[in-house]
Design a protein around this ligand. Structure first.
Ligand code: ARG
Length: 401
């Protein structure tokens, strides 16, 4: 009996060629696994194509709910943004895909798993590190990292093996997408001075074509998780889809970033993340209401560490579990509603409220009803600034030669 390998299958040219290439090169039986994490694709057609190309079995898993509950909600609670810009849609999905590959390998008695990543990106690292963490005995095959074929050679290979080449003219861009966002690379985007052409975008309208009138949305959170939209309770997948649609329609969520890859390269990346842009801003606004200053300052450090570990492929490391425990605790009072205004490419927080709000009008107001004792400030300032006063007296104008 032949050994089996489970391949993460997208239905595109690369992974279709990979099915044949693995069978030819390694002599394995290939099981194709397509995973729905929110790309609008014809999954029955992809499943059939896997078989047509030569897989012995072709599976589809709808992982949208798992992705939202176990990955995206954690990213929201953490305020995760890589280098302050990238909401990590691609990076967050990799450990989930790795986990499903490993699970299916166990169910099917496979000895290997495979993915379509090249040897230059972050994604290969995230897959390999995650797979090794979950089952170090599984062999990992990454055809595109091994075969060294150019695009042309791949097409020739496909023709030779009667693999249908998608009729739609191949896009010059490399795109990865899911319900949290869309990542676009290659082609003219490789010149960091070139403005991205309009045709790369799929989730967002240009601000110029967005409606003149703003849309307001009220996002309800419970313990740091978005649970309702304009007062209607919704499941996570539907809520994110709806926010993406509304925000994308107003041109919200386009990100043009020059980023530091894990493999040492600087790369120019374009992202579209309308839902992430709105929900991360709203979540932060609620934390500002419910957190003390100390909690907020400490959370910045947690956010940065958490974002880096997602980017760096360390999702299944202990630090992530440990930080989840802290973040979970920190979200106990992050409950309330944030009102956002979507208009011409911008998402702006215009209102926030929480039953656990630390905002106290009688302390903040400059109007009638002020209870803040302004005379007490004098003593506070004296002691707060004492170290500076002492230092200035002892040292300034008294420097060593
Ligand atoms: N630079 C991003 C990341 O490392 C996006 C990668 C997108 N991948 C792709 N095949 N287009 O997470």
């Amino acid at each position: 009996m032949k050994e089996k390998v489970v391949l993460a299958y997208s239905g595109g040219l690369d992974t279709s060629v990979a099915i044949k290439w693995i069978a030819e090169t390694y002599g394995y039986d290939v099981i194709a696994l397509a995973i729905d994490i929110g790309m609008e694709k014809n999954y029955p057609a992809i499943q059939q194509r896997g078989l047509d190309v030569g897989a012995i079995k072709s599976l589809v898993i709808d992982a949208r709910e798992t992705f939202v509950k176990e990955y995206v909600f954690r990213a929201i609670q953490a305020n995760a943004l890589y280098e302050g810009e990238y909401p990590l849609a691609t990076a967050l999905a990799r450990p989930l895909i790795a986990k499903l590959l490993v699970d299916v390998a166990h169910q099917e008695g496979a000895t290997a798993v495979a993915h379509g990543c090249t040897g230059k990106g972050n994604d290969q690292v995230r897959f390999d590190v995650s797979i090794n963490a979950l089952d170090p005995k599984l062999k990992i095959i990454a055809p595109a990292r091994e075969w060294g074929m150019t695009r042309e050679e791949e097409i020739t290979y496909a023709k030779k093996h009667s693999i249908a080449i998608p009729v739609t003219s191949e896009s010059p861009y490399s795109v990865d997408e899911n319900l949290w966002g869309r990542s676009i690379e290659c082609g003219v985007l490789e010149n960091p001075w070139t403005e991205p052409p309009e045709d790369i975008y799929g989730y967002t309208k240009s601000a110029k074509d967005a409606p003149d009138e703003p849309t307001y949305v009220e996002i309800g959170f419970e313990k740091g998780v978005p649970v309702s939209l304009d007062g209607n309770v919704m499941d996570g997948v539907s809520l994110i889809d709806r926010v993406a649609e509304l925000a994308g329609g107003h041109g919200v969520g386009r990100i043009d970033n020059l980023e530091n890859r894990l493999v040492g390269i600087k790369s120019r990346e374009i992202y579209e993340a309308p839902a992430a842009t709105v929900l991360l801003k709203a979540h932060r606004a609620l934390e500002a209401l419910a957190f003390s200053r100390d909690q907020q300052r400490f959370k910045e450090i947690v956010t940065q560490t958490y974002s880096n570990l997602i980017y760096d492929g360390l999702w299944f490391g202990s630090l992530r579990y440990d930080l989840d425990a802290y973040i979970g605790s920190s979200q106990r009072f992050v409950t309330g509603v944030v009102r956002m205004k979507l208009h011409k490419g911008n998402a702006v927080v215009v209102g926030r409220k929480s039953p656990y709000s630390l905002y106290d009008l009688s302390l903040a107001t400059y109007d009638e009803g002020d209870v803040f004792d302004q005379r007490a400030s004098l003593g506070f300032i004296h002691i707060w600034g004492l170290p500076l006063t002492i230092q200035a007296q002892a040292q300034w104008g008294n420097q060593p030669e």
